[in-house]
Ligand binder design. Structure first.
Ligand code: PXP
Length: 263
């Protein structure tokens, strides 16, 4: 299983001060040394963290494949076409969200916009992926559009896990709709895992390459790493958070080891 390290949060720290430190490019060399397989960055329309110049420097200097997350906005798609990452992953974007809260809306008119954007990049030899919820409908949509990859959003699983096992429910970030009886939460956790597993089987039957990510950390990654059909995990927040205490090389190595141990 491949590990893509999402380094957006390094740019979050830099942008908090509007200076040039820490430089996300440095993380690319460390990630390579630590055994990561890919660098993932998200060039958001609002440029709240990663900037165009970051992506350019990372693509030019990285010996790791670069997975560039982006929206279907035509201006952004044009920039991605010029930057020529190894892969473009289309994700939904809402200006007011803290992070990417769910998979892409696969209904019209979003479907046509996605279709157009995917074909534009494929014609320029950029591999394409859609960040989707683990549903049959979304998988069928991805197959119709013709992407090579899908990435399943693991946020529902991660949220339930956090409410059950991390003490999140006792903080001001308690997820209200999941503030329910523990036995019900356990059932929901099982259901979310089963949904991910059957989505993987379904996508595999269509010949799609499967990635997964969002909210994965050192506790909840084990069950996801065990899903055989998943080829790649993209993980950001937990790795960067741990790196504050252990250093980035260690935090990436620790995650890579944990993933390998559970294959
Ligand atoms: N994959 C995709 C498509 C993402 O948009 C993100 C960031 O939201 C991640 C993976 C990584 O998520 P996290 O930072 O929660 O590990």
């Amino acid at each position: 299983m491949l590990l893509g390290v999402n380094i957006d949060h390094i740019a979050v720290l830099r942008e908090a001060r509007k200076i040039n430190d820490p430089d996300p490019l440095e993380a690319v060399f460390i990630a390579k040394r630590a055994g990561a397989d890919q660098i993932t960055v998200h060039l958001r329309e609002d440029r709240r963290h990663i900037q165009d110049e970051d992506v350019k420097r990372i693509i030019q200097s990285s010996s790791l494949a670069v997975n560039l997350e982006c929206s279907v906005d035509p201006d952004i798609v044009e920039i991605v076409a010029d930057l020529k990452p190894h892969r473009a992953t289309f994700v939904p974007e809402k200006r007011e969200e803290v992070t990417t809260e769910g998979g892409l809306d696969m209904n019209e008119p979003n479907f046509s916009n996605l279709d157009k954007a995917v074909h534009y990049l494929k014609a320029r030899e950029i591999e394409t992926s859609l960040f989707i919820d683990p549903t049959k409908e979304a998988i069928r949509g991805a197959k119709t559009i013709g992407v090579e990859w899908v990435e399943f959003h693991t946020g529902t699983y991660a949220n339930i896990y956090a409410m059950l096992f991390s003490g999140l429910s006792k903080t001001h970030h308690c997820i209200k709709e999941l503030d329910i009886d523990r036995s019900k939460l356990k059932k929901l956790l099982k259901k979310s895992l089963l949904e991910l597993e059957s989505a993987c089987e379904y996508a595999d039957e269509f010949g799609l390459n499967i990635a997964a990510g969002h909210g994965l950390n050192y506790q909840n990654v084990e069950a996801i790493a065990k899903i055989e059909k998943i080829k790649e995990l993209n993980i950001g927040q937990s790795i960067i958070a741990r790196s504050i205490y252990t250093g980035l090389e260690n935090s990436i190595k620790e995650m890579a080891t944990l993933i390998k141990k559970n294959r």
